[in-house]
Each structure stands twice: as structure tokens, then as C-alpha cells.
Design a protein around this ligand. Structure first.
Ligand code: AMP
Length: 113
């Protein structure tokens, strides 16, 4: 398991409520939400950044996307949500264990993406 905060949460060392969990990933509320709904989809496999994923992670990456859609449905935000991956410190990544941010519940401006 990674030595990051997410590795510790996955290992059960830091008790954290799970919105969703399966054999490959967990989903938790972000501790500092940037939107009314702000959850993190985190693979159990400790990949540091998206750029570190390789061909052997293809199915896992697809699994995370499907989990995001399922969690969005579970939370009732499937009609309007945004998924973000920060890759690298210069892109704002602070926890070096791959994760997807799922944000919903506010108006998103067009522009950046
Ligand atoms: P990033 O900046 O993309 O690496 O995102 C890391 C995210 O993890 C930030 O949005 C933090 O608020 C969030 N975070 C850090 N520690 C925890 C924690 N213990 N539980 C839930 N979210 C956390």
C-alpha cells in the first residue's frame, strides 16, 4: 500500500467513512470540499500519478471511470458532475496516490475545459 494518506485510509489505519467500496477502489468525501458534492475515487492499487499508470492498468482505469458514474448515480448527481485528475505537483496534485475528484452541486463555468 502507498505511504500516503490514501494508502493509510485504504489499509484501515485512518478510519474514514466510505461512500462506496469494491475490490479495486474506494470512494470517500473530500476533507476540504470544493463543491457541495466532492468525492474522491481512489484505486486500491497505489499508482502515484496518472502518468505512472501503464498498459497493465487499463482495466483498472476503466473501472474507476465506471465507479465514478455509479457513485454519481448513487448520490443523485449523474446529470451534472465534473471529474478531475490533478497530475503532478505543478498541476495541483498534493497526494501522490492516483485519485479522481468528482465534483457536483454547483454551476460550472465554461472555459478552462
Ligand atoms: P490532489 O490535490 O488532487 O492531490 O487532491 C488531494 C485531495 O485529498 C484534496 O482535495 C484534499 O482535500 C483531499 N484529502 C486530503 N486528506 C484527506 C483525507 N484524510 N480525507 C479525505 N480527503 C482528503
Amino acid at each position: 500500500m502507498s505511504d500516503t494518506i490514501f494508502g493509510k485510509i485504504i489499509a484501515g489505519e485512518i478510519p474514514t467513512p466510505k461512500i462506496y467500496e469494491d475490490e479495486h477502489c474506494i470512494c470517500i468525501n473530500d476533507i476540504a470540499p470544493q463543491a457541495p458534492t466532492h468525492v474522491l475515487i481512489i484505486p486500491k492499487k497505489p499508482i502515484a500519478t496518472l502518468a505512472d499508470a501503464d498498459q497493465t492498468d487499463q482495466a483498472l482505469l476503466g473501472h474507476l471511470m465506471l465507479a465514478a458514474g455509479n457513485v454519481a448515480r448513487q448520490l443523485g448527481v449523474e446529470n451534472a458532475f465534473r471529474l478531475i485528475v490533478n497530475n503532478g505537483a505543478d498541476a495541483g496534485q498534493t497526494v501522490f496516490h492516483l485519485h479522481l475528484h468528482l465534483l457536483a452541486g454547483k454551476a460550472f463555468e465554461e472555459g478552462m475545459v
